[in-house]
Write a protein that binds this ligand. Structure first.
Ligand code: IPM
Ligand code: MG
Length: 359
């Protein structure tokens, strides 16, 4: 029997609750499809600060490197906000992304028919939306140097650097063009080339890489306009390619097209080594430990792990179908609750997902 080793990082806040649901479903779906999963649970984020004194212990990073894929729930909690930046949970996540060289972050946004009315936008605006944000993940202003904080002449000044090298743009552009080839063949690169030097290089390199993809229709859009177009006419987008910070912002915005950020999975990939699969939402400390979280983005992330990380397409499709069936049957967590639906907690939603999978 094929067996895959995966590292599980439950993290903080609602992380452990939604990870428990994902694990239950992974167990079931792997049994149904005749492959084994061996889990290595490791501390990460605030949980690792508490147990090991740092947000990404080297043993956690090593376990990730030694596994075929990594599943992460969520990290972060207000109790760590006062720590120096390098010791905060978020720094652990950035160190994990960069340590595994996960430069390509794929964030698919697809409206599930059962949730057409869940969005704050009109159903006719979001109907049929199916887009993919390809976000650069290990460069840009998140990692640029110089950065820091200086005090001089009685003034305090803090700064970061938004920088990209040509090879960083080339490799993320390649990923985006390849994705466009597998989808509807349209790629919109989002930048701020009317103002930023870094965006000018971005645009030049995306054009250059595009020469090798004549069948992909390439367009460019300024990020302010893209933010507007995403809520004005989101169906115009197929693949959106953008930098680290712009992608962070636009993917949260795009998430709301689906009605809840609790629905969106993501995959972070490098050119070799294991991928990292995680919901795009955070650790939601306000509802942690109350059995109220929506586990669906987590379960959909597990499905992406099966498909992209392990090549288990049939099992992935079955998990996704279980999510759709559960929604179609009217089960909702609080974030998506609507009239006529049945409200469930996180654990009970996990049970329904399991029933849908096995039913
Ligand atoms: C995300 C998150 C992270 C980011 C935070 C938690 C560091 O917002 O994955 O989108 O900014 O990349
Ligand atoms: Mg974000």
């Amino acid at each position: 029997m094929t067996s895959h080793r995966i590292t599980l990082l439950a993290g903080d806040g609602i992380g452990p609750e939604i990870m428990a649901v994902a694990r239950q479903l992974l167990d079931a779906v792997s049994r149904r499809h005749g492959f084994g999963l061996v889990y290595d649970e490791q501390p990460m984020g605030g949980a690792a600060i508490d147990s090991c004194g740092e947000p990404l212990p080297s043993s956690t990073l090593q376990s990730c490197r030694d596994s075929e894929a990594v599943l992460l729930a969520a990290i972060g909690s207000p109790q760590y906000d006062s720590l120096p930046r390098a010791q905060r949970p978020e720094s652990g996540l950035l160190a994990l992304r960069s340590g595994l060289e996960l430069f390509a972050n794929l964030r698919p946004v697809k409206i599930m028919p059962a949730l057409a009315n869940a969005s704050s936008l009109k159903p006719e605006v979001i109907e049929g939306v199916d887009l993919l944000v390809v976000r650069e993940l290990t460069g840009g202003v998140y990692f640029g140097n110089p950065k820091g904080r200086v005090e001089a002449n009685g003034q305090v000044r803090a700064f970061n650097t938004m920088a990209y090298s040509d090879y960083e743009i080339d490799r993320i552009a390649q990923v985006a063009f390849e994705q466009a080839l597998q989808r509807r063949g349209r790629l919109c690169s989002v930048d701020k080339a009317n103002v930023l030097d870094v965006s000018q290089l971005w645009r030049e390199r995306v054009e250059a890489i595009g020469a090798a993809y004549p069948t992909v229709e390439l367009s460019h859009m300024y990020v302010d306009n893209a933010a507007m177009q995403l809520v004005r006419a989101p169906r115009q987008f197929d693949v959106i390619l953008t930098s680290n910070l712009f992608g962070d912002i636009l993917s949260d915005e795009a998430a709301m097209l689906t009605g809840s950020i609790g629905m969106l999975p993501s995959a972070s990939l490098g050119s070799k080594g294991p991928g990292l699969f995680e919901p795009i939402h955070g650790s939601a400390p306000d509802i942690a430990g109350q059995d109220r979280a929506n586990p669906m983005a987590m379960v959909l992330s597990a499905a992406m792990l099966l498909r992209v990380g392990l090549g288990q397409e049939a099992a992935a499709a079955e998990l996704e179908a279980a999510v759709e069936r559960t929604l179609a049957a009217g089960y909702r967590t609080g974030d998506l609750m609507a009239e006529g639906c049945t409200r469930l907690g996180c654990g009970a939603m996990g049970d329904q997902l399991l029933a849908a999978l096995e039913g």
